[in-house]
Each structure stands twice: as C-alpha cells, then as structure tokens.
Ligand binder design. Sequence first.
Ligand code: XMP
Length: 517
Amino acid sequence: LVLVVDYGAQYAQLIARRVREARVYSEIVPHTMPVEQMLAKRPKAIILSGGPQSVYAPDAPRVDAALFDAGVPTFGICYGFQLMAQALGGQVTRTGRSEFGRTVVEIEAEATKLFAGLPERLTIWMSHGDEVTKAPEGFRVTGRSPGARVAAFEHPSRPLAGVQWHPEVVHSQHGQDVLRRFLYEVAGCRPTWTMVNIVDETVEAIRAQIGGKRAICGLSGGVDSAVAAALVQRAIGDRLTCVFVDHGLLREGEAEQVERDYVEATGVSLKVVDAADRFLDALAGVEDPEAKRKIIGREFIRVFEEAARDIVADAGAHGESVDFLVQGTLYPDVVESGGGEGAATIKSHHNVGGLPDDLQFRLVEPLRALFKDEVRKVGEELGLPPRIVWRHPFPGPGLAIRVVGEVTRERLAVLRKADAIAREELTAAGLDREVWQFPVVLLANVRSVGVQGDRRTYGHPIVLRPVTGEDAMTADWARLPAELLERISTRITNEVPEVNRVVLDITSKPPGTIEWE
Ligand code: XMP
C-alpha cells in the first residue's frame, strides 16, 4: 500500500492512478489525517501531493515532521516537495520566479536512485510560485530549472526524495519512469497489483461478506453496475438476482442489449421491469430539468423497490432471505465524499435512491477501491463483451435530459433515431475509445427554417456533444474528423424528417456541463 496524501489539488487522484499503473496499490488520505493514523495503515511508501497553497500562508496545510522519522519512504511532489524541504530544515522562498506549464529541467542522473538512466534534460510540467532555495542538510540536489534552483533532491542513504514538477501529468517527459523509480528503487515496492489478483481478491472478499445469503443488484446498463454484478455473480452464482428497470428513456436497442449481451456473458438471473408508461406519464408536461430529474429519481425508487420486494418475497417463499444490495460505487466517489463510511450512503441515494427502512439491505460495493479504467480492465478480465466494457457513460435519467423541453414519446423516437446514427458512425470510424461520451440532444423547443427537396421545412435542431476526458469532472469538446461530422449530419437530416439542422457543441467543461440539462 502506498498512501497519497492529498494537499487539496486535483492531482492526488492522478498520482494514485499512476501508482496503480505501476502495479502498486495506492490509497488517498487527507492531509488532516494524523501521522500515527497514516502509519497505522502500514504503508510501504508515502507520496505528498501538490496543492494550491503557499507553505508560508498562515492557514497552509503542514506536514508533521514525525512522518520523516518513521523510516517510511516518502516522495514529495510540488507543494509536497516544498513541505518536505521546509520540515527537514531546508529553505522555501517566495522569489517571484514562478513557473506555470511547460519548462525544462536539467537533472543529474548519475548515481541517483530517482533518475538513473534518464536523459539529462527533461521537458516537464511545473506549477509553482514559491521555490525551494536550499535543500535540507544531507540531501543532494539533483535537478534545476530556470525557475527553481532546487527542482529535485534525494537523500543518499535515507529513502526520501522529491521533485518540484508534476511527474504524474502526461506533459512531463519520463514522469511515469520517475514515479516507478521512486516506488521500486527508493521504496522497494513490488508490482503485484494486477487484474488477476484484483479479481481473485475481490471475489474472495465478496464471498466472505455475503456467505450463503442472497443479493440483488440494480443494473443500469453502464459498465460499473455490470462489472460489480459480474464480480458478485462469480462469487455467489445464482444467489444474485439483477434488476433492470426500463424507464422508456433508453437509447435504441439498449434494453435488448443488456438482456442479451449481459445474460449471455454471465448467465446471471435478470429481472427486467418494463416501466416506460409509468415514467412517461409522470413526465408529461414537465419542462424543467431539475423537475424531470426528481420525477425520474422518485419513480425509479418506487419501481426498484417493488421489484426488490418481489424478489425478497420469492426468496422468502423458498425459506431464504435477501440481505445484500450490490452497488457499483467507484473509488473517486469514495474519495470525494471524504473516504469515510458515509460514502456508501451518498452513492446509494444517487444510484437506486434511498431504499426504505423496511427493505433493509447491507451494501456490497466491490468496486469501492477502483478507478473507472481499472473497472474496465476487470470487466475484460471477467470476459464481459467489449460492448459493455467500453460503453460510454450514460446518465440515469437517460434521454429525458437530452430532450430539451417536454419529453414525449414522439420526441424520444426522433432523438433515438438521430442518436443511433451518431453512435453507429462513431463506431464505424473506430473512434469509440477516443471520446469519453457522445450525447446527442434534441432541442424540442427550438425550430428553424430549412429547405429539403425544394420544400420549406420548419424542423428541430439536433446538437452533437462529443467530449473527451479522463473523468466527467472536466471535459473538452472532441475534435472529430470533419468527414465523420459530415456523414452524421447528412444521415440525420436525410433519415430523420423532423430534424433539419445539425449543430456541434464546442464548449469545454467548465463552463458547459457534458449534458444539456
Ligand atoms: P454533467 O452534465 O454534469 O455530467 O457534466 C457529468 C457526468 O455525469 C453524467 N450524469 C449523470 N449520471 N445520473 C447519472 O447516473 C444523473 O442524473 C446524471 N446526470 C449527469 C453525465 O452523463 C456525465 O457523464
């Protein structure tokens, strides 16, 4: 276990992922955690992350110098590097020579643990206002840049090292090599965090948790719940029942896909609830996005609850009980909600709604320690089809939040056709994995004039919203090839008579969100 101490920048998650890419298990802890508590986790190494503060700010987060006396190998990055310098008796100064973005660092590779074998000049990514002006006593300065006379240091005999730059970002040359060298050479970690081990250990843990009892799982059609269910199924077989609620807001072929592909791959027992009428009736006349979400959330809970009751009653009739509910909670959710036990509750409300007290389930969250890309790898390891594993995220409220305006059956049908064309062409162009998500949105309240076959038309626009990104927190609009966009536009306007205009959303997130509602 490697602990990544989070000093409040968005980099901690990235560092934790990079450590895992080096096949070493990592966890993020807040910088407010007392050192004894960190040490009680028996970490093989500790990484202090970057952060937005100046070490001189009165309320700046600190590091307890006791950490360095404990003998645990420690690596400081950016703010963490400065904290380390300061705590060990070096000097950090506000010199006014800040560096933001790309710069070149000159390193001394020879006879260093961190840089051996690397080129002498690295183009790397920096983001700092203060500067380490004197390394702590006994440390060797191993890197310099135009804005940082001490850009890296390491101790010749103690397992302590740090860099001013961000080795975890892709713009830093040999960044992953530097992290690996710290993990393997300085800290003596071994690369044992592999997909096979993860699957085996998780399945074992699920078995131990559920024992001989039964569990249910709400499938959303997305990769998280699919992989969570597949893991549980591997652990307890047909004592797992899955529920899939078809709320009538799915994309073309989606319900069938879940039924066919998923059941075929896993043999899981699946209960499909067709609740389209119920949802669409409840949504009639509603235009406000938040109101739509609330209605869908409410109906979802009710439908799921009824299905769960049926399953519980069924099991009861055979003298069994259903005690566990499987959730696809991921590690970023756990971290974002403070990493405590409360995280489970928050996500369960988000996913299947707060289940009522008279349906008491204990939660099984087999993906709690994993990032999305790891979940996909686990899915592949379990033999789930690529169509499920590489599926783009799709929001719980479905197409309802992609019809801007009131949701009607007719409008959903229009959007479904346009969406199917866009997805089909993206897949045909081989670009599914290049984009994070590709929402297609119908502006049902907007009409514009067009001309089709010499006739004036007064139809609706379709918005294409392809985005790239590593998670849904930030995103950029995807630069899809013009020929692909042209094909999608031509096909939609030819094949969907209600649509006479196709527009491309070129807004990043922030300021735009990925979805339009
Ligand atoms: P936004 O639009 O906020 O979306 O940039 C971020 C990510 O979350 C998805 N999304 C949802 N997922 N229930 C979900 O399960 C929801 O209510 C919901 N709203 C947005 C969205 O598709 C994107 O991946």
